[in-house]
Design a protein around this ligand. Structure first.
Ligand code: SF4
Length: 355
């Protein structure tokens, strides 16, 4: 048999719209054997993280805001759905003013990075990223949620929202050796608590049983994590923790570019048909966007992963109404951050704009 390799999550090309943060703190150096290396100073990592934490606390993605507006415009939405959507749009408008964040639970800072093999730093990237988290949370009106365990029973707030969860992989992002790419998240307690792992078996892998299972488990999510949700379901996984991590990435739309069918390379793929079926299932629950209706979920992502023959982990996660995530990248052209929507008022219905 021939050797063949695929990443487990081949995410495809990056179509994100970015804004330039700075061109300071990056440079270029000749590496062994001739290729140019991208040099990144800690200050660039710190500034990018600081800006990212600011942006995701105050701004949302345009697609998310568009989904809120479409609830208001949907004649099939319940009055409760429309009330919640309008309230969330108004809230987004206040948050975009830059004083108050969109939610009082400003979350745990989570940063995932992929550093290309031709990127040089001082090696203490996690420290620079933590410093950026510190800068944002101590400068802005963001709540500190992290508790240091002083003993098994005693805890104290760290007063800075640190520690952050920082994970950096040695991986050429999008095949670019001189690029460093990031996913920034701030995960509130409510939505983090709605991450579930079920250790199932092959018996789940048929359409009837799967839908019964999902109906039972998705209802359990309830409304305490502030729907409408971006719901992610991962079926399979090389380990339980990988299934859960994949669900978190999928809820952030980080895996939207996955292939939509499987292959003998055993990579993950999105099942678009099951996504549509599950979205419809959630609309029939009647739970709606908190008080009854159709909009329990904005959308659904279903990712199928390879599995050990004796295991079938199923992971479920949501991104809540504080849909806080942003992509970042550092390339030879500069330091860039995903462009959020800075004028959410344009999504408000005309009748609500002056109130
Ligand atoms: S679930 Fe999300 S929107 Fe609700 S309180 Fe927590 S962070 Fe805020």
């Amino acid at each position: 048999m021939e050797f063949a390799y695929s990443p487990l999550l081949p995410t495809g090309p990056d179509t994100t719209s970015y804004r330039l943060v700075t061109t300071e703190g990056i440079g270029s150096a000749e590496g062994p054997g001739g290729p140019r290396f991208l040099t990144v100073e800690p200050a660039a990592l710190r500034l990018l993280t600081d800006e990212a934490m600011h942006d995701i606390a105050h701004f949302l993605r345009p697609a998310h805001l568009g989904q809120l507006r479409s609830i208001i415009d949907d004649p099939a939405a319940s009055p409760n759905d429309r009330f919640v959507a309008l309230d969330l749009l108004r809230n987004a408008n206040i948050a975009a003013g830059g004083v108050l964040p969109m939610c009082q639970d400003t979350g745990t800072a989570i940063v995932m990075g992929k550093r290309g093999r031709h990127v040089l730093t001082d090696g203490a990237d996690e420290v620079a990223i933590a410093r950026g988290v510190f800068d944002a949370y101590t400068r802005l009106n963001l709540r500190y949620s992290q508790l240091a365990p002083l003993s098994m029973w005693d805890e104290r707030n760290t007063g800075s929202n640190l520690p952050a969860q920082v994970e950096i992989y040695a991986d050429d992002p999008d095949g670019q050796p001189d690029a460093y790419k990031f996913l920034f998240m701030a995960k509130g307690g409510g939505s983090a608590n709605k991450s579930y792992l079920y250790q199932e078996t092959k018996a789940l892998l048929n359409p009837t049983r799967m839908m019964q299972f999902l109906e039972e488990k998705l209802r359990l999510i309830g409304t305490s994590a502030c729907p409408p949700y971006h719901l992610a379901i991962v079926i399979g996984g090389t380990s339980a923790e990988y299934a859960l991590k994949t669900a978190k990435y999928a809820s952030a739309k980080y895996l939207d570019g996955l292939p939509t069918s499987g292959s003998m390379l055993a990579h993950g793929f999105r099942d678009l048909e099951l996504e549509a079926q599950v979205l419809e299932l959630t609309r029939q629950f009647g739970i709606g966007a908190q008080f009854g209706g159709r909009y329990f979920c904005h959308d659904v992502r279903v990712v199928r992963l390879p599995r050990h023959g004796a295991s079938c982990p199923v992971a479920i996660a949501v991104s809540c109404s504080a849909d806080r995530q942003a992509l970042g990248k550092i390339t030879p052209d500069g330091v860039f951050l995903e462009r959020p929507e800075t004028d959410p008022a344009r999504f408000l219905p005309r009748s609500a704009r002056s109130t």
